[in-house]
Design a protein around this ligand. Structure first.
Ligand code: ZN
Length: 64
């Protein structure tokens, strides 16, 4: 991948290219969206650019 295909775009004040800056992850208790475990400790991740959120328990997170 080169940089030759970049189109001229207005640049944001902050560099938001890092995906981790576009989502918020909170450690909390919840119901896992992957294995459906109830009331388990895990990570709630919400996108700040889309209306999407997911809760992943610590077990599923560690399986990756
Ligand atoms: Zn899980």
């Amino acid at each position: 991948m080169g940089n030759r295909c970049f189109k001229e775009k207005p640049k944001p004040l902050l560099d938001l290219n890092d995906y981790t800056l576009k989502q918020i992850t909170v450690e909390k208790w919840g119901n896992c969206d992957i294995c459906n475990a109830k009331k388990i400790e895990g990570y709630y991740t919400q996108s700040v650019i889309e209306d999407k959120s997911i809760f992943i328990c610590w077990r599923c997170k560690n399986l990756k």
